[in-house]
Design a protein around this ligand. Structure first.
Ligand code: HEC
Ligand code: HEC
Length: 308
């Protein structure tokens, strides 16, 4: 490196000529007169391209302020000559979508429930619309993926075990009027007695019938208790849960002979169900959603996997 190479710059010896020319140039450039500990400030003019870009941005900004909303006033910003507003844009977009959807909602309303399933196009629309209705109105209880919450009594809607029936008409009815609510006379209704609390069965009998339910559902059980439990079951439970434990959708009585549980199949949960009963409540949506939306979400639930 040569002696007069500016600090920090790498200059090969054969470039010395260039460096010297630069040094000369620097000397000719005017200085501002500012000096800090001997470091002086050159008064170089801005490159022309830079200046012009700068002027263009100023002109652009002025034009923008005139045409678009810019200055915040007390209530809202100056509107701008073009009358552009993102909010109005969103509104008109929403209106455009709603108008497009309206045709489909109309068709949903006019089509027989079962016929919706035969119309591919309409079904596709219903499933999409139903999916968003589900996210907004059902997922808080049934889970975002509709898998339900066991122990809390929120049924899984993905399987083919149905409390109240899995045809599209059944599902529609359940959603429109709900289950055991006070709001609708048409709400689905039934009540399992609280066998312990009401003194229909004593503690020993409850243990027996619980062990029989364990046996019926193919789980570990105490056979000595399950035997007398079978008789209690036939007398007290079969009317709703069926002789073989397969349940009864007319009464919303779940199957007890499979591995799917609403509240749990362990001894403790079974005891709780028999002693106090459960009384699961679901609100109805007849007055909260439009009929077309109820149909859409019914179609959505129906195609989740367990529709009959
Ligand atoms: C506040 C909680 C809650 C909300 C919200 C709710 N559900 Fe339910 N849902 C329940 C409960 C609890 C049950 C089971 C009641 C029972 O034990 O019979 C149920 C049962 C059902 C059933 C019957 C399942 C079967 O096996 O027969 C369907 C279908 C259903 N819900 C769909 C929906 C849809 C669709 C929505 C949204 C529009 C919805 N639910 C909103 C709590 C809710
Ligand atoms: C009047 C009809 C009825 C009778 C009688 C009845 N049940 Fe039920 N049972 C139901 C209904 C309806 C449910 C759904 C839960 C609820 O919301 O109450 C249910 C739920 C259950 C559950 C919870 C199942 C789960 O998936 O978690 C068990 C266990 C059960 N019953 C056992 C029995 C036994 C044992 C008897 C007899 C001692 C009996 N039930 C008698 C209607 C009945």
């Amino acid at each position: 490196m040569s002696e007069n190479t500016p600090k920090g710059e790498r200059v090969k010896p054969r470039d010395r000529q260039y460096v010297e020319t630069r040094e000369q140039l620097k000397q000719e450039v005017a200085k501002t007169g500012h000096s800090w500990d001997g470091i002086e400030e050159y008064d170089n003019p801005m490159p022309r391209w830079w200046l012009w870009t700068f002027y263009v941005t100023i002109i652009w900004a002025i034009g923008y302020m005139i045409l678009f909303p810019a200055w915040p006033l007390v209530k809202e910003a100056t509107p701008g000559l073009l009358g552009y507003s993102t909010r109005a844009n969103v509104d008109s977009e929403i209106q455009r979508f709603e108008a497009a959807n309206e045709v489909w909602f109309q068709r949903l309303n006019e089509t027989e429930l079962t016929a919706i399933l035969d119309d591919d196009e309409l079904q596709r629309f219903a499933v999409n619309a139903g999916n968003s209705v589900f996210a907004a109105h059902c997922s808080q209880c049934h889970g975002a993926g509709a898998a339900g919450v066991q122990a809390a009594g929120y049924p899984n809607l993905l399987n083919d075990a149905w409390l109240w029936g899995g045809t599209i008409e059944d599902i529609h009815q359940t959603i429109a009027f709900g289950i055991r609510n006070e709001d609708y006379d048409n709400a689905r209704h039934s009540q399992m007695p609280a066998f312990g609390e009401q003194g229909i069965l004593d503690d020993e009998e409850i243990e027996q019938v619980v062990q029989f339910v364990r046996q019926m559902s193919g789980q570990d059980h105490d056979a000595d208790l399950a035997d007398p439990g079978a008789e209690i079951y036939a007398a007290q439970c079969a009317a709703c849960h069926a002789d073989d434990g397969s349940g009864m959708t007319a009464l919303g009585a779940p199957a007890l002979n499979d591995a799917i549980w609403l509240y749990g199949g362990d001894v403790e949960s079974l005891r709780e169900s028999v002693r106090y009963s459960r009384y699961g409540v679901m609100p109805g949506f007849h007055d909260r959603l439009r009929e077309a939306e109820i149909r859409a979400v019914a179609t959505y639930v129906h195609q989740l996997g367990g529709g009959q």
